[in-house]
Design a protein around this ligand. Structure first.
Ligand SMILES: Nc1ncnc2c1ncn2[C@@H]1O[C@H](COP(=O)(O)OP(=O)(O)OP(=O)(O)O)[C@@H](O)[C@H]1O
Ligand SMILES: [Mg+2]
Length: 266
């Protein structure tokens, strides 16, 4: 197997529980270099928990997270921080720092790496232009609309030229036109720079547009993984239920799903 065939990220048997509640129950997932993979799944299935485990924000109970063959779960804090320089992250809800102007938000990673303010601001302006935002570098986050904040978040994600990017719900809460703008930017990032991308969404249109591969997370595991062009034709019942947005179906067999079903029928 040559280097380009090795997964960039390989997740093996990843498990995470909060108290009695098992969220991830042996997740296996390979993400190939330069590919764009999207994890889909119902709200509350553990998609964000999965990304937080990869980023070291949450500590899994079991499993392995190999990035370029190195197990990130056994790294020291210092080693982990060094690896994070190559990572870009768009958090669900953009998560900008309210007290910092847009440009400092965007160039946050560069400033932390010791890049001087003038260079960092210049680079921030460059990536803001890339996401279609002009002359907003000195605004505060409170002065932005939701769509602008999302684009600023995306600019922050790529400002330090990461080679792996994680995107948690990049289009949630946006109107269809702004969602399309964001999807196109992600696609451009993927095609132009060959960045490896792991996204999370329950926006099926976005999943089909921005990814090569789609993995369905359900009941704590990757239940199915398919090329994105098979999203409309794949006949897996769980996948069909999610794609078609039906309350009834196999996904509702879990405990809280049943409660929800009863509530709907009441
Ligand atoms: N820090 C935490 N402490 C306790 N429970 C948590 C914590 N983080 C997440 N959970 C629980 O884990 C489950 C999965 O949460 P997660 O945020 O990963 O869902 P999700 O699939 O991203 O959902 P959504 O599509 O709504 O964003 C939820 O039941 C949530 O309450
Ligand atoms: Mg989430």
């Amino acid at each position: 197997m040559n280097q380009s065939q090795l997964p960039r990220i390989s997740i093996r048997g990843l498990s995470k529980r909060f108290g009695e509640k098992v969220i991830l129950d042996g997740v296996d997932l390979d993400i190939m270099p330069g590919r764009s993979t999207t994890v889909i799944g119902m709200s509350g299935t553990g998609k964000s928990v999965l990304i937080k485990c990869i980023l070291g924000i949450l500590k899994p109970d079991a499993g392995e997270i190999l990035v370029d063959g190195e197990n990130w779960l056994t790294l020291t804090e210092h080693e982990h921080l060094a690896r994070m320089r190559r990572i870009g992250m768009l958090f669900q809800g953009a998560a900008l720092f309210d007290s910092l102007p847009v440009w400092e938000n965007v160039s946050f990673a560069l400033l932390r790496q010791g890049v001087d303010k003038k260079t960092a601001k210049q680079r921030a302006i460059e990536v803001l232009e890339w996401v279609g935002l002009h002359k907003i570098e000195d605004l505060m986050p409170s002065e932005l609309s939701g769509g602008m904040a999302k684009r600023v978040g995306l600019a922050r994600t790529i400002c330090h030229k990461p080679d792996i990017v994680f995107l948690d719900e990049p289009t949630t809460g946006l109107d269809p036109i702004m969602s399309d703008v964001i999807n196109r930017l992600i696609l451009r990032l993927h095609k132009d720079s060959g960045t490896t991308i792991l996204s999370i969404t329950h926006d099926m249109k976005s999943a089909a547009m921005i990814s090569d591969q789609i993995a369905l997370l359900c009941h704590g595991r990757v239940h199915r993984q398919i090329p994105s062009d098979q999203l409309d034709s794949d006949q897996d019942p769980m996948l069909r239920q999610l794609v078609e947005g039906r309350a009834e179906g196999p996904i509702n067999c879990s405990g809280w799903g049943k409660q929800m079903e009863e509530a709907i029928q009441r």
